[in-house]
Design a protein. Sequence first.
Length: 230
Amino acid sequence: MHAEDRIIHFATEMFHAPRGANTPALQKLYYELSQTRSAQYAASDVSNPLQARFHTRKGQHTHSLALFLPDRILVLEEWADIPLSAFQERLETVASKAAEELGIAEFTAQTVTLRSTFALSHFSDARAFLIDRVCQQNGRVAPYFQRPVSVGGIRFVLPETPEHPGQLNVLIESFRHSKNEVFVEVKGVFQGLRASPLDLSPFKENTFVVRNFISSNVYTYLNQFDQSPA
């Protein structure tokens, strides 16, 4: 299996105490972000101040979004065209400026979702690789489902432990947009966070937890199966 995966999606939710609607503060926040290098957005919609959104679309698929809900901020890159380091800088900039303009004293929890794809080295069909090779279901599916399988995969929920922070929700599927690629989604849920606007380093650390799990743990798990047939 190719060791270098292709990250296609970044997302994080940063939770805080509930706040009320404040349209002028959101408009000021949009302006302040427009003055930064890392978190500029092309358009804003504050018509509903409890679901304000700043966003940028590039081409047909790439979409950058910052969504401001009463108890959280969502920062998302769909079909991402930026590296992880740029995403981390963007989420920290959005969190810092939002805390200043919206009066957020502390962030209390975070989720981090990363999606990436791995190209197979010894299999041309990721569905057959996952269903037949990894799950050993060759000939055991079609007689019962009686229709073709377009996407197949496996799911794990890994609880937090004293050695490993955050609950990890792991999804591994065949990638619907490329026959020989495996799609991986890992969502980390980090409770009990205490991140102040003056120290947002936990956001970067939690992002690395999810990223490292994909590049190290998921990769080595899948690579044990992606071997030349004996």
